[in-house]
Design a binder for this molecule. Sequence first.
Ligand SMILES: [Ca+2]
Ligand SMILES: [Ca+2]
Length: 147
Amino acid sequence: MKPDREMKGCPRSQKRRFLVDLMGEMRSEMKAESNNTDHGHTAPEITLTTVKPDNVVKWKMNQLDRNQNGFLERKELRKFKKDLRKRKKKSRKCGRNFLRYCDEDQDKIITLAEFIDCMGVNRNYHSMTVHSHRRGENPLRKYLIDD
Ligand SMILES: [Ca+2]
Ligand SMILES: [Ca+2]
């Protein structure tokens, strides 16, 4: 398991609360959405009492990924970013820095693995089924070997 990274301006205790809140919000969004689209037939994969955190994140990713290419680009993140900034005073900094924190390799796009990771699904819950094996490049490496 990777060490808990730091989020700028958002101390660990706040960060944890921020992530738990955010997960809760996504969960209720997901619930509202599934009620909306439920016209008599229920989607079998969404049973909200048992839905796993990583599935919530996948759902949110799917909502945001408008061109369905499996990545979140900057323009797709614009609205989400706005929502994140509307937080209560205490966690506003967390919200502001959240997406930058998520984009661990800083390529300006957020992959599902990055999203799941930055939501703390691996750390705060133990129902993780998606593993991130994409970890090829150490982001610090270029600083270490470049001269
Ligand atoms: Ca996309
Ligand atoms: Ca990225």
